[in-house]
Design a protein around this ligand. Structure first.
Ligand SMILES: O=C(O)c1[nH]c(=O)[nH]c(=O)c1I
Length: 312
């Protein structure tokens, strides 16, 4: 069985990669991902300047996943662009993703110009869905603002790019968002980011588990699987076929990854599981996905991608 997959002209020898924000803040962490069985990697969402992020505790493991309110801590765009430029020289056959999350239109455009003017030859993920910067609503939940950002961006940006979306929970929202996204030369849509602004409680102390925002943070892990499947499926049914899907959310084993691919995903990102198990998770996930494919009689991702059946 072969886990080879592609997005646009970019080829990957394995469908798995990290979700932005997980074990991808420093060059050391990024190198560990590069040396793992993952097919590629994405950097922590960058702002122009380095950010410390929210006060700790800002991440907690939960029974069925995780809660985080990191607050967009990162080393700044230059650091990740520098890593990417060095990486692509040393690994010409492994295209990587650079994630950006500007806190304003100006910042997003300034970072896009910097990338456009660079020799970066991988893919750019514009994160429209950070739920944890106090006072900053998620762009992905504001359709007019999303339209405006993408219009400004693609008035000059020519490198391969996609967007990271928050989860949507209403079919009219899928319709509206897809109608916006179909207007732009996007190579991919990555769905979903964490379930924004959840809350969990420490049973000993009756206190919210994390400090920022009174304990409100993005939920990941198994809790997210049914929402991730629906979002990938809904966009797969609505987007121009030129726009491919990256499936993120709820991957704990090979079957979860298989399901996201059935729903339409060309790549599968791993967050909470990677945070808890480390890069060796990719070795297990690869083994388990191959086993599911073997059971089903499939030898390639393309044999079953998007082939979810429904009851007639
Ligand atoms: O708090 C974060 O840094 C964060 N956390 C998330 O769960 N998703 C995001 O896109 C971001 I930028």
């Amino acid at each position: 069985t072969d886990l080879h997959t592609s997005i646009d002209k970019f080829q990957f020898d394995n469908v798995f990669m990290n979700a932005s924000g997980v074990r991808c803040y420093t060059k050391g962490e990024l190198d560990e991902l590069a040396q793992s069985d993952a097919g590629t990697l994405v950097t922590k969402s960058a702002t122009q300047a380095k950010r410390l992020g929210n006060p700790s505790p800002r991440y907690a493991r939960l029974e069925l996943g995780s809660i985080n309110s990191m607050g967009l801590p990162n080393e700044g765009l230059e650091y990740y662009l520098d890593y990417a430029l060095n990486f692509q020289k040393a690994n010409p056959d492994k295209p990587i993703f650079l994630s950006v999350a500007g806190l304003s239109m100006e910042e997003n455009l300034a970072m896009a110009h910097a990338i456009e003017d660079s020799d970066f030859n991988g893919l750019v993920e514009f994160n429209l869905s950070c739920p944890n910067v106090p006072g900053k609503p998620q762009t992905g939940y504001d359709f007019d603002r999303t339209q405006e950002v993408l219009t400004n961006l693609f008035s000059f940006f020519t490198k391969p790019a996609g967007v990271k979306l928050p989860p949507y929970f209403d079919l009219a929202q899928f319709d509206q968002m897809a109608a916006i996204l179909n207007q732009f030369p996007l190579k991919f849509v990555n769905s979903i980011n964490s379930l924004g602004n959840g809350l969990m409680i420490d049973p000993e102390t009756d206190t919210a588990l994390i400090k920022p925002k009174g304990g409100f943070g993005g939920i990941g892990g198994a809790y997210a699987k049914p929402i991730a499947l629906a979002n990938v499926r809904a966009f797969s049914q609505r987007l121009d076929p030129k726009i491919q899907l990256i499936g993120t959310g709820g991957v704990t084993n090979g079957r979860d990854a298989y399901d996201l691919i059935l729903a339409g995903a060309s790549l599968v990102q791993v967050g909470t599981l990677l945070q808890e198990e480390g890069p060796a998770a990719f070795t297990r996930l690869t083994r388990e996905l191959r086993a599911v494919m073997q059971t089903k009689g499939y030898s390639a991702i393309s044999d079953f991608k998007g082939q979810l059946k429904v009851l007639s």
